[in-house]
Design a protein around this ligand. Structure first.
Ligand SMILES: C[S@@+](CC[C@H](N)C(=O)[O-])C[C@H]1O[C@@H](n2cnc3c(N)ncnc32)[C@H](O)[C@@H]1O
Length: 186
């Protein structure tokens, strides 16, 4: 199957590095603000998301095992680039590219460079970005292509966005639900 690997929501680059090291001949495109996550929408994302964001916005969030929280790092994109480099992946802007900014600002500037998608990982927590990313990539996902939703079981806004999308897009079917939800384009 032709197509790129795309990821929306990079943070420290753990899943991005895992995907990029396994990309074979495909290109990898990663998207993130590389800064603090935008706020959820209280009406769509619910109390848990609002509480989580309040901690982040107050500067109180901690990282995994008490490390610094990635959203406060001013050099996050450089760190991800370095992590990828340590794993043999060169961020050259062409075969492997990181696009910094809000998804709805960066995707339109890059979409023409990505005619087909084989694998997409959408890991951005809240309703509106998940809905945006699904709608943006849907026409490019190849038959047999996979879309993984990281937060389907974690955040109600993500779940609602995916369910709304599936209602409007019968060409995508549920493939697997085990922590993450994966969809397949038929
Ligand atoms: C949960 S983290 C990603 C974790 C990463 N995939 C991993 O496995 O380590 C979510 C990321 O999505 C980014 N994000 C959320 N909404 C965004 C938006 N609208 N535009 C750009 N980045 C966004 C956040 O800033 C954050 O870095």
């Amino acid at each position: 199957m032709p197509g790129a690997i795309v990821e929306f929501g990079i943070a420290l680059g753990g899943s991005a590095t895992a995907l990029a090291t396994r990309r074979g001949d495909r290109s990898f495109h990663g998207f993130d603000v590389f800064g603090q996550i935008p706020a959820p929408d209280a009406a769509k994302d619910g109390e848990r998301a609002v509480r989580r964001y309040a901690v982040i916005a107050a500067g109180q969030s901690r990282g995994i095992r008490g490390d610094d929280y990635y959203g406060y790092m001013t050099d996050l994109q450089q760190r991800v680039t370095a992590t990828m480099g340590e794993h043999g992946v060169t961020v050259d802007g062409r075969h492997v590219a990181l696009h910094r900014g809000l998804f709805d600002e960066t995707w339109p500037t890059v979409a023409d460079r990505i005619p087909a998608i084989a694998v997409a990982h959408i890991d951005c927590d809240w309703h509106d970005p998940v809905a945006y990313c699904l709608a943006a990539i849907a026409p490019k996902v190849q038959p047999g292509g996979i879309v993984v939703l990281d937060d389907y079981l974690d955040y109600e806004g993500c779940r609602a966005a995916v369910d709304e999308f599936l209602g409007d897009h019968p060409e995508f079917v549920r493939r697997h639900l085990d922590g993450n939800l994966s969809l397949r384009r038929v």
